[in-house]
Ligand binder design. Structure first.
Ligand code: FES
Length: 56
């Protein structure tokens, strides 16, 4: 599912970023561009990032 419409980032892409070594929302953001435009996706994207980190 698309989390970030502006940058075309899916929940899968966020998990992939964490699997690839990202350890914070800031790192996921820098790698994927998620949340860097309008910012409306930030709350959901942060939640998915945290969940992915905990489940690593
Ligand atoms: Fe993610 Fe706009 S929906 S920055």
């Amino acid at each position: 599912m698309y989390v970030c419409i502006c940058k075309g980032v899916t929940d899968h892409r966020i998990r992939e970023s964490v699997e690839g070594g990202a350890r914070s929302w800031r790192e996921v953001q820098a790698e994927t561009g998620c949340g860097t435009q309008c910012g409306k996706c930030a709350c959901t994207a942060k939640h998915i990032t945290r969940e992915a980190i905990v489940n690593e």
